[in-house]
Design a protein around this ligand. Structure first.
Ligand SMILES: Cc1cc2nc3c(=O)[nH]c(=O)nc-3n(C[C@H](O)[C@H](O)[C@H](O)COP(=O)(O)OP(=O)(O)OC[C@H]3O[C@@H](n4cnc5c(N)ncnc54)[C@H](O)[C@@H]3O)c2cc1C
Length: 425
């Protein structure tokens, strides 16, 4: 517990890759700062990923300042353990001033522009605050879960580790986004009887015409495109990530193939009526839309290859469904199904309730311009599409932190001069 109130130029809330990347750049400009982390650094990577987790993005996109990926498999996909080991090396390099086990409970700004930060470790003040608390705060579990019998074990994707933590019997995975599709695959590969309630998440090929699709899209400039240049503008932040995997060197996730292998697929889950799980009759639509996105991306790559006169061993191709929905099933008797556990994979909602500042939209998402808010001295870093596709990932946080550091340094120097002037007055 701090005895007297410590003042810093910058307080960073959150000790993940964003918080430590921000510290890296603030050290370059000698601005005093402190990182406050409620758990331990990289908590999400250490405690909220399943055992067989593997990065979805290729290793060459792991680009943190001072320690870009330096292993011998740049086109591979690090496992969860390898990712943590790399992040620990990054932390050792950055030597950020971090206080772990400290929760920020309230941040306010006074009339003089100074920030007051109330924590479980006492109070701090700062000239500026950078919010690096991620975007995955509150696991989303719908109210219908309360009506599911207690005999059915329920958990959120953030708690899922492996099939052994679940009781014998079938498992229902709700949601086919990036985590839901990978967790359904993991359970399927471990021999569990999987029931999957799909959503409208798109999918993408892992490899196409000899290269990782991520590499083609990078060649096409997709990852340099800013949110301002994107055809959807800021609405791109509402997009669901494409399902694919980096597991075992990387491959597609084809839910139709899993159905051929015995996985039971359904449309979007809507309710539980006390006996039956209820689903929308939109399974065929969900699968078709996901495949359309898969094929559209490949077609854009075809056009790029042609426009650049690139020769590839493989020619253009389109995915042909290996399984068709025989019948849309809109209800499933829970007792008869043999389902004994449910994994909710429908995401997280943001919770910035501790930040008392007029910078949020109706959905609770911060309004900012590349992380800079309308409130002087308040910034965000590490949010999906904060500036580019990579902003919420390992590939773009460095550029965003460096950009913010330029602004923070200028503001910081002015704040210091103001204080010195006040002190000398
Ligand atoms: C399942 C999953 C898979 C992903 N896969 C990839 C991938 O393959 N490739 C990729 O590049 N990216 C991936 N990401 C995206 C991204 O890299 C991660 O979300 C990453 O953890 C974001 O880092 P961050 O530092 O911005 O936020 P976080 O890692 O979420 O860190 C925020 C920190 O803030 C702390 N915090 C929050 N509130 C407070 C408070 N009030 N007081 C103090 N501390 C607080 C939290 O404890 C947390 O440690 C994935 C994300 C998820 C969820």
């Amino acid at each position: 517990m701090t005895s007297s109130i410590e003042h810093y130029s910058v307080i960073i809330v959150g000790g993940g890759q964003s918080g430590l990347t921000m510290s890296y750049f603030l050290q370059q400009v000698n601005l005093s700062h402190l990182v406050l982390e409620k758990h331990s650094i990289f908590h999400g990577w250490k405690h909220e990923r399943w055992d067989a987790f593997t990065l979805v993005t290729p290793n060459w996109q792991c680009d943190l300042p001072g320690l870009p990926y330096d292993g011998d498999d740049p086109r591979g996909f690090m496992t969860g353990k390898q990712t943590i080991a790399w992040l620990e090396r990054f932390a050792a390099k950055v030597q950020a001033p971090v206080k772990e086990g400290v929760t920020v409970n309230l941040v306010t700004q006074d009339d003089q522009g100074k920030y007051h930060i109330t924590t479980t470790d006492g109070d701090y003040t700062a000239d500026q605050v950078v919010v690096c608390s991620g975007g995955y705060h509150v696991p989303v579990i719908p109210r219908m879960a309360e009506r599911i019998p207690a005999s059915v074990q329920q958990l959120h994707s953030a708690e899922y580790k492996n099939a052994k933590q679940l009781p014998d019997g079938g498992v229902l995975v709700v949601g086919s986004g990036q985590s839901g599709a990978q967790i359904a695959e993991d359970l399927h590969l471990q021999g569990k009887k999987v029931f999957l309630a799909t959503g409208n998440a798109p999918r993408v090929a892992r490899f196409y015409r000899g290269k990782d699709v991520v590499e083609w899209l990078d060649d096409m400039g997709y990852y340099k495109m800013s949110v301002k240049e994107h055809s959807l503008g800021e609405n791109v932040r509402n997009n669901t990530n494409h399902y694919v995997t980096g597991r075992d060197g990387g491959r597609d996730i084809d839910l139709r193939q899993f159905a051929l292998e015995g996985m039971e697929l359904f449309g979007q889950m809507t309710d539980f009526d006390g006996q039956n799980l209820l689903f929308k009759a939109n399974l065929a639509d969900n699968l078709q839309k996901a495949d359309n996105t898969f094929n559209n991306i490949n077609s854009r790559i075809d056009a790029w290859i042609e426009s650049q006169g690139i020769t590839t061993d493989e020619g253009p191709s389109q995915y042909e469904p290996v399984w068709q929905v025989p019948l849309e099933r809109t209800q499933l008797d829970l007792a008869e199904s043999g389902i004994t556990s449910i994994v909710w994979c429908i995401g997280f909602r943001p919770d910035f309730g501790w930040l008392d500042a007029p910078v949020f939209n109706g959905q609770g998402h911060p309004k900012h311009d590349r992380g800079v808010t309308s409130q002087p001295g308040l910034y965000f870093l590490g949010l999906p599409w904060l500036h580019t596709w990579g902003s919420g990932r390992f590939s773009g946080v460095k550029q965003d932190a460096e950009y913010l550091c330029g602004i923070i340094d200028q503001y910081g120097q002015q704040a210091i001069e103001k204080d010195e002037l006040a002190a000398s007055a």
